[in-house]
Design a binder for this molecule. Structure first.
Ligand code: PLP
Length: 363
């Protein structure tokens, strides 16, 4: 494959951060001893709480970065996007702040809670198709018909720059981070992370993780070329990662810069959600739990070296970051609890896990 130019500059990320600053607080980067214990190997894990953003995911950054970069004329006409939920929420949130009309195309399979939340933020919702790819086609059509600016969740430089602000914050909060692990849907978060690492002159490896049921970008990374035709459909509980193609803006950068790329099974994702509930007391959506999963099950970046040229073993004081998303208003039937608060806590966790497990098994 011909080498593509790097999609964004470090200055793009710095500029996005300035545009976001009045509208978004930095999120916490927390360390949980209990999570370290589960991960093992004396690894210190830091969790970047992107689930504490106003829309529950880092996509709040992407939406704000995109809308704040529009010209006054573009703002007047409005924007359209396709989304499984989080990108649409981020854009709707930004549209509300900047007074810009937002149309979000969602697949009919989208999480209804997220769709409702997008509407609640004042965006128009168009339900179309079976998956994210179908919704993208509809969004592109609407852009042409209505003169709206298409804000793709990956194929948009301002979006990538917005995602880069996560890593900028993380490295200010913990300059000694030795590895960054991100879940990957289209690659905004991964490319943003690599841009910042490079821009700061650091050599911190960035690892990406995808769900087995939607692994076309991982598979293409391994094949060193886009394998779009291989993914006629996708199936995963990590709805934010359910993409079925590679994207020209990010794929070359992923090939060039990722330390490694892993896939995790649905059961592993569910297990990661449970562990994050238990150790961080955060309800984490599957898309956000994916990276932690690869730490916990002891797969790379902790061990299992393969032929990838950029992989390097981590020292015992290595620190790894993951970013989280959040489950929306997920309702769980709770049983009657013991008086003992410790026991009650355990019961709550296990009943949440039970519900979750049933959901996973029904996929
Ligand atoms: C919570 C969460 N994590 C990760 C991703 C994947 O991000 P990217 O498209 O930047 O790879 C998404 C995408 O929607 C998401 O919602």
């Amino acid at each position: 494959m011909a080498e593509a130019p790097w999609p964004i500059t470090f200055d793009d990320v710095l500029a996005a951060r300035e545009r976001l600053r009045p509208h978004l607080q930095p999120t916490a980067l927390r360390h949980y001893a209990a999570l370290d214990q589960r991960v093992g190997g004396s690894i210190r894990v830091f969790v970047k709480h992107e689930n504490h953003n106003p829309t529950g995911a880092f996509k709040a950054r992407n939406g704000l970065a995109a809308v704040s970069a529009l010209t006054p004329e573009e703002r007047g006409r409005g924007v359209v996007a396709a989304s499984a939920g989080n990108h649409g929420l981020g854009l709707a949130h930004a549209g509300r702040i900047f007074g810009v009309r937002v149309v979000v195309c969602v697949p009919t399979t989208a999480n209804p809670e997220k769709v409702e939340a997008i509407r609640g933020l004042g965006a128009d919702v168009v339900e179309h198709g079976q998956d994210y790819g179908d919704a993208v086609e509809r969004a592109a059509k609407l852009a042409g018909e209505q003169g709206l600016t298409l804000v793709h969740s990956t194929e948009c430089r301002a979006v990538l720059a917005g995602a880069g602000t996560i890593t900028l914050e993380m490295l200010e909060q913990q300059p000694g981070l030795e590895a960054i692990v991100v879940s990957l849907g289209g690659g905004s978060q991964a490319v943003g992370a690599m841009t910042v690492v490079r821009g700061l002159g650091r050599s911190i490896p960035v690892y990406a993780v995808q769900a087995q049921g939607a692994s076309v970008i991982h598979d293409s990374f391994r094949a060193r070329r886009p394998l779009t035709a291989a993914a006629a459909s996708v199936s995963t509980i990590a709805d934010g990662l359910a993409t079925r193609e590679t994207y020209p803006l990010t794929f070359g950068a992923l090939l060039d810069g990722l330390a490694d790329f892993l896939v995790v099974s649905e059961a592993e994702i569910a297990e990661a959600v449970r562990i994050l509930i238990a150790t961080t007391h955060n309800l984490v959506e599957p898309s956000g739990a994916v990276p932690r999963d690869c730490c916990f099950i002891g797969r790379a970046p902790l061990d299992q070296g393969d032929t990838n040229r950029k992989r390097r073993p981590l020292s015992s004081r290595a620190r790894i970051d993951i970013s989280l998303g959040m489950i929306y208003r997920w309702t769980v039937e709770l049983p009657d609890f013991e008086d003992d608060p410790e026991l009650a806590n355990d019961q709550i966790l296990s009943s949440i896990y039970q519900e979750w497990f049933e959901e996973v098994n029904s996929v």
